[in-house]
Design a protein around this ligand. Structure first.
Ligand SMILES: Cc1cc2nc3c(=O)[nH]c(=O)nc-3n(C[C@H](O)[C@H](O)[C@H](O)COP(=O)(O)OP(=O)(O)OC[C@H]3O[C@@H](n4cnc5c(N)ncnc54)[C@H](O)[C@@H]3O)c2cc1C
Length: 363
């Protein structure tokens, strides 16, 4: 059994920042990442990020990821296990993982769960045809594996992911014939929407997909306008010829390990699904188990990095590290999160966090 002070599960922006923060106070960290390279979603983000300079706004996502990965690799307090999937969290606090072909047991004193999120899917006739992908999967094919994934795409969902992936498809020489969105308005940042509209890609709000069809693979889709009760309006059906349908209809927090650990988990719509209830320091209802990033509610890389920092500091401080500095650094991270969540774009998250507080947490 491997004994560690702090186990960080997931090597995305939240896990990387949690590891660096815990190490900065002197704690020894093991970070497990199921992919062969850490970085999480950042690995495939070729666009420039928004936000504040403190969270590297203006840099491209993959550059931010690279910078964090290099810092972690150079840190003697942090051991990184890649190609390592954490499988279980048991009642006695033992965590199991698959590592180098073996089933390995780890006994951490503290754990930070930073497993991110999974793409949501939609049910409609034909949704199991080859050629139907989550938008994130298409991004992985293009930007990580260098594969041109399609010729003609129908994108479902006009949030940031649908808009950004449509633009990246265009850059890869793929036509996005339309972006359809059930809501009456575009959900993503208008700067992303304007960019794709300037590139000639129509964004059609108030539309849904009725079905996908094709002989053994996607050859097209039927779409229709919907009314205020989200019902298709008869007579508005259209046939869209495409070889690929991308679903960009949201993400759900990947909370399986939180459930296994016995954390209180509640459904909070504004945070995009079931999320663990945490206190101000991102500790869950199971003492010694912390969360950070999309697993605690779908937000952005900027907040995932700050949450990671806060969770890492809190886990290390609870082991007695950084007695003189931890409290001040934790306070600074909390203030940064408040700043990121201020303003109209943060309203949904603020509402979600109020619900977390009402369920017994104190975010
Ligand atoms: C297309 C797209 C565009 C985006 N654009 C922006 C943007 O412009 N600005 C912005 O701020 N944010 C953006 N985001 C959001 C941002 O990427 C995420 O909010 C952020 O990556 C969340 O960080 P995380 O560390 O919580 O999760 P992730 O980045 O998802 O990392 C989680 C990591 O955990 C690993 N993992 C999961 N389960 C296990 C397990 N059991 N064992 C071991 N490892 C595990 C995963 O492999 C992954 O590497 C974008 C996201 C997408 C998809």
């Amino acid at each position: 059994m491997k004994q560690v002070e702090i186990l960080v599960i997931g090597g995305g922006p939240a896990g990387l920042c949690a590891s660096l923060a815990a190490s900065s106070l002197g704690a020894k960290v093991l970070m497990c990442e199921r992919d062969d390279v850490p970085g999480g979603q950042l690995v495939k983000q070729t666009h420039k990020f928004f936000g504040s300079e403190k969270q590297y706004a203006g840099d491209r996502g993959y550059q931010i990821g690279q910078m964090l990965v290099e810092k972690v690799a150079a840190d003697p307090n942090i051991e990184v296990w890649t190609d390592t999937t954490v499988l279980g969290y048991y009642e006695d606090g033992v965590v199991t993982c698959e590592h180098e072909g073996a089933h390995v047991k780890i006994k951490p004193q503290r754990t930070v769960i930073a497993t991110g999120a999974a793409e949501k899917f939609l049910s409609f006739p034909g949704n199991d045809l080859p050629g139907i992908y989550g938008a994130g999967a298409v991004q992985t094919l293009m930007n990580v594996s260098g594969v041109k994934p399609a010729e003609r795409v129908l994108m479902v969902g006009a949030g940031n992911i649908g808009l950004i992936v449509s633009y990246q498809l265009k850059q890869a020489g793929v036509d996005t014939v339309a972006v359809i969105e059930a809501l009456p308005r575009i959900g993503g940042y208008l700067v992303h929407a304007s960019k794709i509209q300037r590139a000639g890609i129509p964004v059609r709000t108030g539309y849904t997909i009725l079905e996908a069809y094709g002989n053994g693979k996607v050859e097209g889709a039927k779409i229709a306008k919907i009314d205020e009760k989200w019902q298709p309006i008869p007579g508005t059906e259209e046939d869209i010829k495409c070889d690929t349908i991308c679903l960009a209809v949201g993400l759900s927090p990947l909370t399986e390990l939180c459930w296994q650990a016995g954390c209180q988990v509640e459904f909070i719509k504004e945070l995009s699904g079931h999320v663990p209830i945490t206190d101000d320091f991102l500790e869950t209802t199971v003492p010694g188990v912390y969360v950070a990033g999309d697993v605690s509610g779908i937000e952005e890389a900027s907040s995932a990095m700050v949450e990671g920092r806060l969770a890492g500091l809190s886990a290390a401080a609870s082991l007695g590290y950084g007695k003189d500095v931890a409290a001040e650094q934790q306070k600074a991270a909390m203030a940064e999160l408040d700043e990121l969540r201020a303003g109209p774009m943060g309203e949904r998250i603020r509402m979600g966090l109020e619900k977390v507080a009402a369920k017994g947490g104190a975010k």
